[in-house]
Design a protein around this ligand. Sequence first.
Ligand code: ZN
Length: 488
Amino acid sequence: MELTKQWRDHFKQLRAFDEAISLLYWDMRTQMPEQSAPLRAETIGYLSTEAFKRQTSDSFKQLLEEMEAANGLTATEKRSLQVAKTQYERNAKIPASEYQAYVTLVSEAETAWEKAKEQNDWGMFAPFLKKILTYQRKFADYFGYDAHPYDALLYDFEPGMTVAQLDDLFETLRDELVPLIRNLPGGTASLDWSMNEKAQERICHDWMRVVDYDLSRGRLDATVHPFEITINRRDVRITTKYDEADFRNALFGTMHEAGHATYEQQIDESLDELGLGGGASMGIHESQSLFFENFVGRSIAFLKSVYPNLQAEHHALQDVDFETFYAGVNEAKPSLIRIEADELTYSLHIIIRYELEKALIQGDLSVDELPAAWNKLYKEYLGVDVPSDAKGVLQDVHWAGGSFGYFPSYALGLIYAAQLTESLRAEHPDFETWIATGEFAPIKQWLATNVHRHGKTLTPNELIRTVTGEDISVRPLVRYLTSKYGTA
Ligand code: ZN
């Protein structure tokens, strides 16, 4: 069989596994009868193992070697080979028995973390975190790195990103944000954000229509924890959580997930056969959801256009002028919990986690010192006192899940989104008018051409440079936040 056909067949097979697993998972989270849970988990586990075996088998190794020796590969095939080879080598470097023990540890750690958080008891979780860190440092050594062990862990989330680059970006951003937040004006009027579920559902569908999320290749359902999931390029689904006490969660959450989904829907379909479908990185993916949620959804142009409809659905807003409503939707203030943070303070939550986990991996900070170090940084950067570990160092599942290197992607998402939005505006001064009049097709087209269709063919660094002509920079984000939240 012709070599490149064999190569493509490998990824087609993997895509079939992916589709089956994703659909089973989506069903599990949205429709499945409760009693089915253990059997479903077993099925998903079996299919995942089978898919993993195909990526690590001797026959795949041989195929890799043949591809490396082959002549006349296209640029995209070469990129496919490079991505697959790196992943293969990373998988192969961890001894199977060690990996098995690690998977078991992480699943125990997640259970321990849940209880520790519930009971506000750091001591219940600390021993697990110590063991996880030992593994993470070992994995970093197996993967290999030049300057910092954390660089080796970043690859899974943000290929090509390094500690040197992150230090530079995050220090600048931190130094700009801390004084900006300190000088925020006092609180905004408290409004009634309650709304019944049916009305929220109608508005979510309205907003999805405005931003042109393609529902002929997607759908919206309700779940406890919202997510986006790709079944295949033509079936990208999202979920949202309806909170009758505060409709902002469902509305902006839906915009967020629709941003992720639109990215997935617009990736060049042919890249799936080369293992290059999916987003360029976690951070680039997040930039697309944050573009929809913040740069469009929380903008004056968009909110003005949807406000009359919102007032008609929610009578408590009928006497509220637009300026008050806009200020309420965009209220920024330092807080304790990352997932509840606004777009202004959010990055500082991430920078704190980044500084801590980098020090943990490097060995400059011990697990026993972590809670105090956490509280100190929250005071220093956000000016808040952390009342308990449950509302502090225990709030996120990431470290229990062994996801070291993941947090930076969230702040990078904001940084990338601001850079991309500046370029889009510079090319299209009509940007605001398009949003105000609900003409979203040209915006989607710009995103497809410049960001979405490329899939994994470009790294985040390459993508940002190609689209904006500049390296990754925090300047556009600082400009955006200063003009929106600055008092001067
Ligand atoms: Zn997201």
